[in-house]
Write a protein that binds this ligand. Structure first.
Ligand code: SF4
Length: 354
């Protein structure tokens, strides 16, 4: 039996299943650096290490030892299925018959990095910038498609001493497609421990990135709060509709609402001139999502829309008006159809109709 074991990013992050599998193995095969990570578990075992670039040799060795009737633990850092040993072993197995194999998942570097940055992942792509086996044209194409789909993107292997072009090309594409203010996190492993940095696309410097850095670049809704990167999923926040909002929507639904700038309002412009006042009371309140500029007044637990100019843009009002009548027919729907409303909000922010 060959068990391809994901040992995660560090000894502390191994799963119980991975621990048990290694404990029960007769032979442990892996890259020396990763095997050192589990030294305390393998003192009594046959240990075979091979260097970087000798992945196929490790896989063949695992097959050979398995055919001798040994229980083999083929070690992979992170998760074996995310740029790990599973993808090396399975094509090799095509040459042989009756080799039993199992894959023991581990905490991948992208999950580990994400946990240190907060909650940056929603729908996301994981792309390796190593062009050792993949042509640069393919890497660039994947980055462009991920940007077009507004995915959060996690980059593995961004840079080495001799391989800088893929990183430079990736940065060019990201800056072309994403806002320069897009939040970005860097998580770098090393002898001195793990370093974490929250930054933005605009500030990203080649010098702060190396082979062991994982870069996570947010999507157009990602924001930074208190040093954490957050990509919201759109959950509903409990709330009570303000009586003035109910009054506003009674009028709106009966066709008496004001469209465009309300110059007769004593508070105009409550944001900046010119502003569209069609949705003076936001149908999504309280969205609980800081990506458009709202925030919690922490001491009161109240959602403030003061910093949200998005709702007062012409294109936003147009997008909402096109769909709102199909969602709310009376003021009760502001609450009953909140999920639909929050989906409309995302649609209008992301302009996601393909
Ligand atoms: S005005 Fe902006 S911040 Fe306030 S609820 Fe609406 S979308 Fe959210």
């Amino acid at each position: 039996m060959i068990s391809v074991v994901g040992i995660g990013p560090s000894r502390e992050d191994m799963t119980l299943r991975a621990l048990k599998t290694i404990e029960e193995a007769d032979v442990v095969i892996g890259y020396k650096k990763y095997v050192n990570q589990i030294q305390d578990l393998i003192d009594d075992k046959e240990v075979l290490t091979k260097g970087m670039g000798q992945e196929l040799m490790r896989a063949e060795l695992a097959v050979q030892k398995s055919r001798e009737g040994k229980k083999v633990a083929l070690i992979s850092s992170g998760d074996p299925g995310v740029f790990g040993m599973a993808n090396v072993l399975f094509p090799v197995l095509g040459k042989y018959e009756d080799i039993k194999v199992e894959v023991i998942p581990g905490v991948s570097a992208v999950n580990f990095a994400s946990s240190l940055l907060g909650a940056p992942l929603h729908d996301f792509a994981v792309i390796s910038l190593s062009d050792l086996l993949t042509p640069l044209s393919e890497i660039k194409c994947k980055i462009k498609k991920a940007c077009e789909a507004d995915l959060v993107i996690a980059f593995y292997n961004p840079l080495s001493k001799t391989r800088k072009k893929p990183f430079q090309e990736a940065l060019k594409i990201l800056k072309e497609y994403k806002k320069l203010s897009t939040p970005l996190g860097l998580v770098k492993g090393g002898k001195d421990g793990t370093k974490v940095k929250v930054s933005s696309l605009e500030k990203l410097q080649q010098e702060e990135v190396d082979m062991s850095t994982i870069i996570i670049v947010g999507n157009s809704m990602s924001y930074v709060d208190d040093g954490w990167i957050i990509t919201p999923r759109g959950y509903m926040v409990p709330y009570t509709t303000h009586p003035l909002a109910l009054e506003f929507y009674e009028k709106y639904l009966s066709g008496e609402g004001v469209e465009g700038p309300n110059l007769s309002c004593e508070y105009y412009p409550c944001h900046s001139h010119p502003q569209n006042c069609t949705f003076c009371y936001c149908p999504f309140y309280p969205c609980g999502d800081q990506s458009t500029g709202g925030h919690w007044i922490k001491e009161k637990g109240v959602w403030s829309c003061e910093g949200c100019e998005w709702i007062h843009r012409d294109e936003t009002a147009e997008c909402i008006q096109a769909k709102l009548p199909s969602i709310i027919q009376n003021t009760d729907d502001l609450k009953k159809k909140k999920k639909e409303l929050l989906k409309l909000r995302r649609e209008c922010i992301l302009n996601s109709e393909c």
